[in-house]
Design a protein around this ligand. Structure first.
Ligand code: ADP
Ligand code: MG
Length: 727
């Protein structure tokens, strides 16, 4: 066995679970490092406290004088917790998080020093941001970027640093991050949904979108991962023969958690508790060495921050346990990939989940309003929603028979399908004021307040209603939830706005009663959005054919899917809802295309290197052994040797063929890459997608064949069975 591989395996097999001591109950630890309401009360003046609360709830601006008071309180709290530094914590368009730490420490004139932090430092910072992607925004406007405090997501201490969640904006006003558009989308859906809630309950004054994500990931021992340049540089394996045993026995899902992994999880959960991330569920996933973690859902902006923070914390904690955490959507061929389900709903400040069926027909009419409008929104903007989950990694999942297909559809279950079908046929044409309300209430009253979601689950649907929320299942495990959440909330906001217009018009022009008008518009929506509803099996080709007939999009690759982002329709939508300007939308599109190009480019290079520097030399070494063997046999048996060396000669030949194929394919791929590099934007991405990427599988095929032929002792790269079954 190659030394690297041997040592890596030995190291892995000797690992012991790190002992984890949890201090006290989790409920007591929860939020200990968060500047939450409780800490604010303790450390801030009443005036500052009230001001921050109204900024959180009503978006009221915080005056500079008050900001100074908030900063003073935050500093005292942070110092009391042992923090030495502070940072504006933001989410640039790389999808990750960014931070630049500054010490509280400052020198003063008489040679001494003190801790300083004022409102100015709290509210706004100017990181040297020239190396963050900006999609041409800064070149066009020659603007610098600044970060600005987001009081709706509480500051927290991680390690010894006070982290202040912020938005990242160009001086000319364009958002350079993921958070700013999300906050605007949440504002838009709040405004639109609140207006509609008032039809049903005058007391509602705010609607919050909620998000409960479920994070899937793989854990691989660091030593084994380090033996693989592909895992190290791209987060996935670019080659590797499938192991004799994979996931076919289904013996990993919900199985007992291995002790090393368990101690990693407990350590991680401990950190999460301190940071106020309400993690609740942990379990083994379908694939070997694959796991999932899910929190209790939260307000969407906070949940997005918490997911970004979590991914960062997971990487840090995994290092303590000698694990490398893989967030890639498809780290291993032939083995399930990872996703991040986004459970989403809307809730009022009066405590009503708007996607939860009620006990009375009127409550159900409210439920149906939000339910049907969401379906209609997805129907009208399915391509945009698809574009929001597009990435090089997710291309491996969507449509690959394990994750939802690349076709967006909505699953609602048999009970609600029956309700919508019935509503659709209540009367032909629009109801007149004279028609009986009974008819409608009859149907509406039929929705049970607890839906049988568990038996009625369709795991193959990308957007499924699960009893009291929708679950967007097609999000990639590496993604920042802000992207899809911005789109989903924007399209629902737009839809609700249209709905209100139509209902009000019916009331005004036809003199319909409010609930009759609501009912009428909903019925038309049910008809109009029917083609997006699909209850069958989303995997397989039958649905692809059916979806094509229905005119639904099926964009299988990122360069194709991303086009919908910059369509006239999408730009108008974002501008109308005041979520993003044309420039901001186009900048994001450009950055995402560029990211796609870079990822495929890097994968291509790494694959070429590994194939030529690892696989071919190893195969040649083994072939030499065979040649030696054959010439030895010739010495012994003379002309008769072929009888004894048939298999060896056969192998020698095959190895030569595979080596030749690898060499010529790597060469051709490199040529295509060079051509693609001369192009820009869409053209370059298309070329990478259709000309470069197809070589990956071809090169891999021959490498994997060689893996099976070459003496296991010589093979330098940790094999699938080792990566997946050692822990
Ligand atoms: P699963 O989908 O794994 O079977 P559940 O349906 O119980 O699990 O819940 C999945 C996730 O949905 C949990 O993380 C939970 O916090 C979240 N969730 C539950 N209710 C809501 C809601 N109203 N809004 C957003 N997320 C929610
Ligand atoms: Mg789920």
């Amino acid at each position: 066995m190659s030394t690297i591989r041997f040592n890596a395996l030995k190291e892995t097999l000797h690992r012991k679970a790190v002992e984890i001591k949890e201090q006290g109950r989790r409920s007591e630890m929860f939020g200990a490092n968060v500047f939450n309401k409780h800490a604010m009360r303790q450390f801030m003046t009443n005036e500052a406290f009230v001001s921050v609360q109204s900024a959180i709830v009503d978006g009221v601006k915080i005056e500079r004088k008050i900001a100074d008071q908030v900063a003073a309180g935050m500093k005292d709290w942070a110092l009391s917790k042992g923090a030495t530094h502070y940072t504006h914590w933001f989410q640039p368009l790389t999808g990750a998080t960014a931070e630049k730490h500054d010490a509280f420490f400052e020198t003063i004139e008489d040679g001494r020093a003190m801790e300083k932090f004022d409102g100015g430092q709290l509210v706004q910072q100017e990181p040297d941001a020239s190396s963050f992607p900006n999609g041409g925004i800064r070149n066009t406007f020659e603007a610098r970027g600044y970060t600005a405090w987001d009081p709706t997501s509480p500051a927290f201490i991680y390690g010894t640093t006070l982290c202040i969640p912020t938005v990242f904006v160009a001086y000319t006003g364009e958002a350079l991050d993921n958070k700013a558009p999300l906050l605007k989308a949440l504002q838009a859906v709040d405004t639109a949904a609140t207006a509609i809630c008032k039809y049903f309950d005058k007391n509602v004054s705010k609607v919050n979108a909620s998000l409960g994500w479920e994070q899937e990931y793989f854990l691989i021992d660091t030593a084994l991962a380090a033996s693989r340049p592909d895992i190290t540089l791209t987060g996935r394996t670019l080659l590797g023969h499938s192991p004799a045993k994979g996931q076919q026995l289904d013996d990993h899902y919900f199985g007992s958690i291995p002790s090393r992994v368990m101690s990693y999880m407990r350590d991680l959960e401990h950190e999460c508790m301190l940071l106020g991330i309400p993690v609740k569920t942990r379990h083994n996933e379908v694939a070997p060495n694959q796991y999932e973690l899910a929190p209790i859902f939260e307000e969407a902006n906070l949940a997005v921050d918490h997911n970004s923070l979590l991914m960062d914390v997971m990487e840090k904690v995994s290092q303590r346990h000698h694990f490398k955490v893989l967030f890639h959507e498809k780290p291993f061929a032939g083995i399930n990939g990872s996703g991040k389900h986004n459970n989403w709903s809307l809730a009022t400040d009066t405590g009503v989940n708007l996607l939860s069926p009620g006990k009375t027909p009127m409550k159900n009419l409210q439920f149906l309003t939000f339910f049907v409008n969401t379906i209609k929104a997805v129907h009208d903007h399915e391509e945009l929603l698809r574009s929001s989950i597009a990435s090089a990694g997710n291309d491996h999942r969507l449509g690959a028979n394990e994750a939802p297909p690349a076709i967006i559809s909505v699953f609602i279950g048999s009970q609600l399908s029956a309700v919508l079908d019935e509503l659709e046929h209540v009367t032909k044409g629009k109801l007149s004021p004279q028609e009986k309300t009974d008819l409608k209430l009859n149907v509406v009253g039929k929705i049970p307040d607890v839906l049988l979601d568990n038996t009625d689950r369709n795991r193959t649907s990308p957007f499924a209603f699960t009893g009291n929320k929708f679950e967007l299942r097609a999000v990639g495990s590496w993604a920042n939830c802000a992207g899809p959440m911005t789109v989903l909330n924007t399209i629902v906001a737009k839809q609700l706005k249209e709905f209100k217009k139509e209902v009000d018009a019916l009331i005004a022009s036809k003199g319909l009663k409010k609930d009759e008008a609501v009912f009428n518009v909903l019925r038309e929506y049910i008809k109009a959005s029917k083609k997006i509803r699909f209850e069958g099996n989303g995997y397989g080709s039958a649905w692809e054919k059916e979806a094509a007939k229905r005119g639904l999009s099926n964009h299988k690759t990122t360069p194709e899917a991303l086009k919908a982002k910059i369509s006239k329709k999408s730009i108008e939508l974002f501008e109308e809802m005041e979520v993003m300007s044309k420039v901001e939308v186009e900048a994001r599109h450009e950055i995402e295309l560029e990211e796609y190009i870079l990822r495929i480019q890097i994968e291509g290079r790494v694959l070429g290197d590994v194939a030529r520097n690892h696989v071919i030399p190893t195969a040649v070494k083994y072939q030499n052994t065979l040649i030696e063997n054959v010439s030895g046999l010739k010495n012994i048996f003379g002309n008769d040797f072929k009888k004894h060396a048939k298999e060896q000669i056969d192998l020698i030949e095959k190895i030569s063929l595979h080596i030749a194929e690898i060499n010529s394919k790597v060469e051709k791929m490199t040529q295509e890459r060079k051509r693609a590099n001369k192009l820009e934007g869409q053209k370059s991405a298309d070329m990478y997608c259709h000309k470069v990427r197809p070589y990956f599988d071809e090169i891999r095929y021959h490498c994997d064949k060689l893996e099976m032929m070459v003496d296991d002792e010589l093979w330098p790269l940790a094999k699938y069975r080792e990566l997946l079954f050692t822990r």
